[in-house]
Design a protein. Structure first.
Length: 275
């Protein structure tokens, strides 16, 4: 099992897919309890949802499950959301706060480091390489980090999540024009709800790579899974009708980003700079 799969395009957009993989090595799988074996916290079918939406886009997909190691967490283990419930670099609980390992079978520090080297590092080496390749071609790269989550997860957030959850870490990870290109379509997508920098402001990947002043813009899209799953519970089946409807606004978003990329200016588009 390769840690990462890369589908190359020649456009300025790189799609990051860190949480759609379901591979768990046998030596880890045998230590998971019944809750862990459900792999319920997968970003179910996100790769399938985005595949082919924009022929020029590059996709970088992690094949391993986030229970092996979370490719959207700081490799040092620092929390993305201090003071709030979240999951760790190598999760030991699910999104409901329930243990996922048999008692005493959680990974220790040495195992976490081994997993980082085997899985987390190769994924980010591939992602960084594709961002650099795209930037060399276009002078700019836009990383669109693709995620999904159940609509209701009381352990992580209150209430019911909007359909489109756009994260730019309060505007710091991309130019205003990039943020506006996305939000203009999420806010006008008929039948969908949306929020900018709500509970999900952009994970470690978005924050780490998003340096607009250097020509790399990053934005996270967290979709509520009700938008493309038949049910947000087992067996987490892909709903073709829902997905086809959702792919319309998603394609418009990616096309808008592709169109805005040539207009980005390193100096004038740095967040907070004069226009």
């Amino acid at each position: 099992m390769q840690p990462v799969e890369v589908i190359r395009g020649d456009g300025p957009i790189v799609l990051g897919v860190p949480h759609a993989g379901t591979f768990v090595p046998d030596d880890i799988r045998v230590r998971l309890n019944k809750t862990g074996l459900q792999l319920a916290d997968t970003d179910w079918h996100v790769d399938r949802l985005y595949e082919g939406l924009l022929s020029s886009a590059t996709m970088v997909k992690a094949g391993f499950h986030r229970y092996v190691i979370d490719a959207n967490r700081d490799p040092t283990g620092v929390s993305l959301y201090p003071g709030q419930n979240t999951t760790s670099l190598c999760p030991t609980t699910d999104f409901d706060g329930r243990p996922i390992y048999d008692k005493g079978q959680e990974p220790d520090a040495a195992e976490i480091e081994a997993r980082r080297l085997a899985w987390h590092a190769p994924y980010h080496a591939a992602l960084e390489a594709e961002i650099n390749r795209v930037k060399a071609l276009h002078g700019v790269a836009i990383l669109f980090d693709c995620h999904s989550i159940r609509s209701v997860v009381p352990f992580l957030f209150d209430g019911r999540l909007p359909d489109f959850n756009t994260g730019t870490n309060n505007g710091s990870t991309c130019a205003q024009a990039v943020e506006a290109a996305v939000v203009s379509h999420t806010e006008t997508a008929e039948g969908y709800t949306s929020v900018l920098n709500g509970r999900f402001k952009g994970g470690w990947t978005t924050r780490y790579y998003g340096h607009p002043g250097d020509g790399v813009h990053a934005i996270q899209m967290e979709l509520a899974q009700r938008t493309h799953l038949a049910s947000e519970d087992l067996p987490f089946a892909f709903d073709e009708e829902k997905a086809d409807r959702l792919r319309g606004p998603l394609k418009r978003i990616l096309s808008a980003l592709e169109n805005v990329a040539p207009t980005l200016n390193k100096k004038s588009e740095i967040p907070g700079s004069e226009q």
